[in-house]
Design a protein around this ligand. Structure first.
Ligand SMILES: [Zn+2]
Length: 345
């Protein structure tokens, strides 16, 4: 994939970025599973894929354009059927995260994509089993953010039920909205978000990616989102930038996703530089890694290739940790680990 690069990353910096402990707060479980695993699920669940072979599936999985991305996402989600599939997804996700030294993740999960397959209890128990096995084996943890798929807004109260049940079981920490932003403004979800907040769920919203500032204003004012997924188009509205700066609302920035989906032109540096210069609170994330041929390491390397210094990249890593929905006690454990890494450099 062609992405703007203005400088060569030194091997020392690349190694340091790979080995530093990290967290990730904007990554979709369904979008983080590799082509091979999804293909195996399709075979064992006898799901018909729009391809004739694994080779074709691998190339189908590669990003082409937005409609194709949606097609891949839907096809992949249909392959995920049984409790074993969902447990495997959570476990494999933690394996991949641990290989990048990602110690903790808050991963989006979209129950509407799996509507009618399993009960909420079955789905949540399967995710919990996979998450616990993965944590034991790989030492990396995950908590989920149940995400309303905007285009299935009729299912929003069912997604809330899922989130509340998951909160009781200790594996769901937050509530969000994702999916196509155009035609589905945040205001459509105001009541459901109010209920989620009143039950103690932390709330986030994808906004300011394919739509401009009104979508982010809606996420802030109607949904009272504590973090914004992407948010890069806030730069089009100076008053909004000032509001986000004053509130220090964390923005979940995913450069490679923005390049793939043409939110940012490949011949331009990513606007995260302007966002930081404006005093905004940015975090760094991979969104749907195998579908965008990326991972969190690669996101740090991308910015290193755009003249971000080690100190700036480390600060983004600290920002991401501080923006998690973990309690102070848990954050302190990670803060200590981060400091120990710095001292051993
Ligand atoms: Zn996303």
């Amino acid at each position: 994939m062609l992405t703007y690069t203005s400088t060569q990353v030194s091997p020392t910096l690349a190694t340091r970025l790979r080995s530093m402990p990290k967290v990730e707060i904007h990554v979709h479980l369904e979008g983080a599973i590799d082509a091979q695993t999804v293909y195996s699920m399709a075979q064992r669940n006898q799901v018909t894929l729009p391809v004739a072979s694994f080779e074709e599936w691998k190339s189908f999985y590669q990003f082409r354009d937005f409609p194709h991305f949606i097609e891949v996402y839907r096809a992949a989600s249909q392959c995920m059927q049984t409790p074993e599939d969902f447990a495997e997804m959570a476990e494999q996700f933690l394996k991949n995260q641990s290989q990048q030294n990602i110690r903790y993740s808050e991963a989006y999960f979209s129950p509407a994509l799996h509507h009618g397959k399993l009960s909420n209890d079955e789905l949540l128990d399967a995710l919990a089993v996979g998450a616990a096995t993965g944590e034991d084996k790989y030492g990396s943890r995950v908590r989920f953010i149940a995400d309303i798929s905007r285009e299935f807004s009729e299912l929003q109260s069912q997604v809330l039920d899922f989130a509340l049940k998951g909160q009781e079981k200790g594996i769901v920490i937050g509530f969000g909205i994702g999916g196509p932003e155009t035609g589905y403004p945040p205001e459509n979800y105001t009541e459901t978000f109010a209920k989620a907040r009143s039950q103690g769920l932390r709330v986030v919203a994808h906004a300011g990616e394919t739509e401009g500032p009104p979508s982010i204003w809606g996420a802030l004012n109607s949904l009272q989102a504590e973090r914004i997924g992407h948010g890069v188009r806030c730069l089009e509205d100076a008053v909004l930038v000032e509001t986000l700066r004053q509130k220090q609302t964390p923005l979940e920035v995913s450069p490679q996703s923005n390049y793939c989906l043409s939110i940012v032109s490949p011949d331009q540096p990513h606007p995260i530089r302007q966002m930081l210069d404006a005093g905004l609170y940015c975090t760094l994330n991979s969104d749907d890694p195998p579908m965008f041929s990326t991972d969190l390491n690669n996101e740090y390397l991308t910015l290193a290739g755009q003249e971000f210094s080690w100190e700036e990249l480390w600060q983004l890593n600290l920002n991401t940790l501080e923006a998690t929905f973990l309690g102070e006690g848990e954050k302190n454990l990670y803060r200590a680990e981060w400091q120990a890494f710095l001292q051993n450099l």
